[in-house]
Design a protein around this ligand. Sequence first.
Ligand code: NCD
Length: 343
Amino acid sequence: MSLIGKHLLSVEALSRQDLDHLCSVATRLEPIAKGEYRCDVLQGALLANLFYEPSTRTRMSFHTAFTRLGGSVVSSIGMDSSSISKGESLEDTARVIAGYADVIAMRHPQEGAVAQFAEPIFIPVVNAGDGTGEHPSQALLDFYTIQKEFKHLGKSIEGLRIALVGDLKHGRTIHSLCKLLALLDKVEFNFIAPSNLAAPESLLQYLKERGHTVNILDSLQQRLDVDVLYATRIQRERIENGENLPGYGEQFRVNAAMIRNYANPDTIILHPLPRDSRPEAFDLDCDLDSFKQLAIFRQTDNGVMMRMAIFACLLGVDDVLETHFHKRLGFRPQYYRKMDSMH
Ligand code: NCD
C-alpha cells in the first residue's frame, strides 16, 4: 500500500485510490471503535502527540485511535511547556522525538510548520492542523462521514452538492475537505461567507482547474438546496479584533428555521466542532440537536475509526488487522455506550 512510512501533511498527496482504501480500512475497524473487539496490532508501538495549539477532540481521538489499536501514546501539549519556548528549532525537536516514537501527530499555529518539522525525519508525521493551512485527518473523517450518510440514504457521492458556511478564509478543515472532495467527479461547491472571510482564491482555482462548479454566495438562503451543509466556527483567534466582525450576522446562522425553510429534508449537516455556542457567534445552533440529519456526533465517532485507519496504513499493518482482533471478555457493562447508531 502506497501510504506506508509516508507523512500525511496535505490531502493533495492522496489519490482517489488512497481515499477509498482508507475508508474501507476505517469500516473494517468499526468493531474495534464500538468496543466489540479489542485489537493489539500496534502493541509495542508509540505515538508522540505534539499539540502546540488548543485541541480536545483531535488530540483525544488520535490518542484513542492509537490505544485502541494496542499502541501507547506520549504527549507534549502547549508551547509554554515545550523546549520550543527555549528557542529550540522545529528540526531539532523533530530529530529528538523521532528517536523516541514510531509515528507523530502534530498541531502547530503556523501554516507550513508541520511540514518543516517532518522534513528531516523518517517516521510518519500526521498534520493535525497547521495554522490556516490544512487538517487532512479531519477531511478524511468528514469524507468518511459523508460516504456513510449517503450510503444510508441510498445516494451516490459522485455529483455531490455541498454548501460551506462560516470562516472559509481561516478554516483549515474547509481547505482540506474541498481539496479532498475534488477527487470526486463534478462536485458543486457553494461557498457562503462575507468577503472578509471568503475562501482563498488559490483554493477556488484548484477546484475549477479540476472541472468542478464553484459558486460564491453571501447568505445561506441563496443555496441550501444541497446534499451536505458544512458549517464552521469563526476562527477568532486568527483574526485581529476577531471578537468584533462586521458583516457576519443572522444570514450565516445555521438553525432550525433556516433548515426547515431552505434545506432539503435529507441535507446532511456537518461541523468539525467545536461550535461556538455564544448567540452572537452565529454558529451552528443547538435548536438543531434533535434533527436526524445533524450528523456532528456521528462525525466525531467516525474520527476514531478514520484515525485508526490512518495509523494502520502509515505503519503498514492494514492487511493484517483482523488477525489481531480479540473478542472482548468480561467488559460489556449494560450501560456501555453504544456508538451513535445511524439515525
Ligand atoms: C477544527 C480545527 O482545529 O481546525 N477543530 C477540529 O480539529 N475538529 C475547527 C475549529 O477549531 O474551529
